[in-house]
Design a protein around this ligand. Structure first.
Ligand SMILES: Nc1ccn([C@@H]2O[C@H](COP(=O)(O)OP(=O)(O)O)[C@@H](O)[C@H]2O)c(=O)n1
Ligand SMILES: [Ca+2]
Length: 497
């Protein structure tokens, strides 16, 4: 018994000093890791917001974007959190009653007021950008366009956001910001990946924007937009064709067929059995066609469908001018276009129309696309109506034309071929955000895409915590080893008790 007591007394592990050291060591390590983890733990996310109103020719839409409050400068982090379609037509349609343009926006702004936290209201920028509808109104009647803007500004200033102004975007801006949006959402800018061209089809204008190796802007400076984003230089080719959005293109195509002012148009772009009496004055009420108004035309004409894709394509082709080109190569209307390059994203009406026609899959060969369109256009109007009972008749009637126009614009206008047609992707959204110019516009105005690549922390958070823990454990083991002289001597027959 006394030998056992001796052994116990000699065991240095049981000395109070060692025990105290060990306990302090363990506590210190636990404290170190806890402090490091707590100090660096991501705080609950706080968001900042930005609001953009897209005042298009056919309608206005409001988009709210949000991004983590502490990371204004990081890529791929701005996301669309709400979209609201304004009831009624585009603001340019309110030329004769401008106050109604302002009033039409209030419902969506109310939604925005609910969505954005109250304490963020006053710091949330609010922008309104108008596109081709207002460009046309401005050409037609600039004082009417000024009045529409006044009414819209007055309405927007009534909300608690930081209103940054309402203005018309140039066609270049519209094309370039659409390209920025698509490539930002795809994370192609920060990662310096091959960029995606942007094809935007609106109601009154259409834009094509892409980077091409054989374009540096010298051939056609009007089509060049230079960007430096995340430390990379981009020479973007962009062109906006005013009057070549699908609604104005339809007017042009109809006007083409009424040149001699007949009372009836037999239109291959509308379904057989379709027949409507339309007003000449309504058809010609646009600067895109007003010069074509036939003299002495009757007040109305009979618009009758014939449902023939290839003949429709023939009349659509006539709204493009392919004869003149003073550059090495052109798309149409004497507009320079470099060689098509890389993948493309086609959005807005490109998507809506091709989605309706079940043709968004571009692995379907172009020949099959035209076959399907031919069959669709030839379908009698009554049958089409039966197949799509929920679709507004005005829109339903136009899909044959719109599909034909899209295929013609892409292949004859921009020179896409069977080989590179599969490079086009018809898209509506990318990672939850709508493809369109609005996000790119806001990123630019809030300086959210830096010219140079941002410095990133050397380690991600999880890596940092792991390293701190491993080092702490290592220190602990070293500490234990440093107490080695105090360890019990090995005995051949240790007696524990
Ligand atoms: N669900 C929808 C929404 C819009 N659209 C069309 O998409 C086009 C949008 O053009 P927009 O109003 O942005 O006009 P722009 O000012 O861009 O020329 C219009 O032709 C609309 O009719 C559609 O086909 N289906
Ligand atoms: Ca648009």
């Amino acid at each position: 018994m006394s030998a056992q007591r001796d052994m116990k007394e000699k065991n240095p592990w049981h000395t109070p000093v060692t025990i105290i050291f060990s306990v302090i060591g363990v506590i210190a390590i636990v404290a170190l890791v806890t402090v490091a983890v707590l100090q660096n733990r991501p705080l609950p996310q706080k968001y900042k917001y930005g609001i953009v109103l897209d005042a298009g020719s056919s309608h206005t839409a409001l988009y709210i974007y949000e991004w983590p409050a502490e990371k204004d400068n990081n890529t791929g982090r701005v996301e669309q959190t709400l979209s609201c379609k304004v009831d009624g037509p585009g603001i340019s349609s309110y030329a004769s009653a401008p106050w109604k343009a302002g009033k039409s926006l209030t419902k969506c702004l109310e939604q925005a007021r609910q969505k954005v936290p109250v304490k963020r209201h006053s710091e949330t920028p609010l922008y309104l950008g108008a596109t081709a509808g207002m460009r046309l109104l401005n050409l037609e009647d600039s004082s009417a366009s000024t009045k529409v803007f006044q009414a819209v500004e007055e309405a927007l200033q009534k909300f608690p956001f930081s209103f940054q102004g309402a203005r018309i975007l140039s066609g270049q801006e519209e094309g370039a910001f659409g390209w920025v949006t698509v490539n930002y959402l795809d994370d192609r800018l920060e990662q310096n990946l091959q960029t995606r061209g942007a094809l935007d089809l609106g109601g009154a204008s259409t834009q094509i924007s892409f980077v091409s190796d054989n374009f540096d802007g010298s051939d056609s400076p009007d089509n060049a937009v230079a960007f430096r984003l995340y430390g990379n230089d981009y020479n973007l080719y962009t062109h906006s064709f005013l009057c070549y959005g699908k609604d104005q293109a339809l007017r042009k195509t109809l006007a083409q067929q009424t040149k001699s002012g007949p009372g009836t148009i037999l239109d291959p772009c509308f379904h057989p059995g379709y027949t409507e009496t339309k007003n000449y004055s309504v058809l010609y009420d646009s600067p895109c066609v007003s010069d074509r108004k036939p003299q002495g035309a009757p007040a109305t004409f009979n618009h009758t469908g014939k449902g023939n894709f290839s003949r429709c394509q023939e009349v659509v082709k006539r709204i493009f001018n392919f004869t003149e080109c003073k550059y090495s190569q052109c798309s149409f209307n004497e507009v320079f276009q470099p060689r098509l390059q890389g993948p493309f994203g086609a959005f807005s009406a490109y998507y809506f129309v091709m989605n309706f026609l079940n043709l968004t899959d571009t692995s379907i060969p172009l020949e099959v696309v035209t076959e399907r369109l031919s069959r669709y256009c030839a379908t009698p109007w009554n049958q089409v109506k039966e197949q799509h009972p929920g679709v507004k008749l005005k829109y339903l009637a136009e899909y044959c034309f719109s599909g034909t126009y899209i295929v013609t614009l892409l292949t004859k206008g921009y020179n896409f071929t069977s080989e590179n047609y599969p490079n086009i992707k018809f898209i509506k959204k990318i990672k939850g955000s709508d493809a369109g110019w609005t996000l790119g516009y806001m990123l630019n105005l809030t300086n959210m895409i830096p010219a140079e690549a941002p410095d990133s922390p050397p380690l991600p958070y999880a890596g940092y915590v792991s390293i701190v823990t491993v080092i702490a454990l290592l220190l602990f083991v070293l500490f234990i080893f440093s107490l080695r002289p105090l360890w019990p001597r090995c005995s051949k027959h240790p007696q524990i008790i």
